[in-house]
Design a protein around this ligand. Structure first.
Ligand code: Z5A
Length: 212
């Protein structure tokens, strides 16, 4: 729809603490963009469908133990194994709405005490998002949203540390939305940000790579 024949899709990333509403909002955003005629797909990391993803899933549900560095590299590998597909989708004009990306990788691992630059290093060369939307919620409020499901990182004290790491990572292409607003308010703000981004990409904004 619109744009030039060869215009590319946008890479829209949603980030935030557990229970901030990423799943709800990314699903709604994809439906909205599709309803406007934009080719759009919903992606999420970890992608638990691959063999690397299954190792991650087993770790998150406490069925296996892994050294902190090892699991960090697996999360990164899980993004690398989808990188070329990501690039071809974007170049063919499909917009990707991605629920968690490299920032989750760095925020969660560095919150455990790993060096932040070490955490960023394996992400270098992955595609850089055109926009990162951070759904901002105090950890206490997120915890009130019913049932942390018992996965490894679903603990208040840890989520507080992750929130601080996200603040350290926040940069110019981040947009912050108050995730305590109603679902409809969040949805509207997200739609505006995403549409603006999709149009900028259609107009010829080049793809770039992390870490920038
Ligand atoms: N991780 C990592 O360490 N390294 C990495 O590289 C990556 C990830 C990629 C994967 O979790 C874990 O892996 C994650 C980070 C780590 N650990 N933690 N924590 P996941 O992605 O499978 O799960 P999650 O991201 O934590 O998602 P979630 O629990 O499903 O939460 P969510 O998607 O952000 O929220 P939601 O499901 O849309 O909403 C949660 C509830 O709140 C639900 O009942 C909604 O109806 C409700 N809700 C949503 N919005 C609102 C508003 N606005 N008001 C009121 N209630 C709301």
């Amino acid at each position: 729809r619109g744009g030039k024949e060869d215009s590319r899709g946008a890479l829209v990333v949603l980030e935030g603490l557990d229970r901030c509403g990423k799943t709800t909002q990314s699903t709604r955003l994809v439906k909205h963009l599709e309803s406007l005629g934009y080719s759009t797909e919903l992606w999420r990391y970890p992608d638990r469908s691959t063999s690397v993803g299954q190792m991650i899933s087993s770790y998150l549900s406490n069925k296996s133990q892994l050294d902190d560095h090892t699991i960090h590299l697996l999360f990164s590998a899980n993004r690398w194994e989808k990188r070329s597909l990501m690039e071809s989708k974007l170049k063919s004009g499909t917009t990707l709405v991605v629920d968690r990306y490299s920032y989750s990788g760095v925020a969660f691992s560095s919150a455990k005490g790993l060096d932040i630059e070490w955490c960023k290093a394996p992400e270098i060369g992955l595609l850089a998002p055109d926009v990162v939307v951070y759904l901002d919620i105090p950890p206490e409020k997120a915890a009130e949203r019913g049932g942390y499901g018992g996965e490894r990182y679903e603990q208040l004290e840890f989520q507080k540390k992750v929130g601080q790491r996200y603040q350290d990572l926040c940069s110019a292409n981040w947009k912050i939305i108050d995730a305590c607003s109603t679902m409809e308010d969040v949805e509207k703000q997200l739609q505006e940000i995403a549409l603006d981004c999709v149009k900028t990409c259609q107009e010829g904004k080049p793809l770039s790579c992390l870490w920038s």
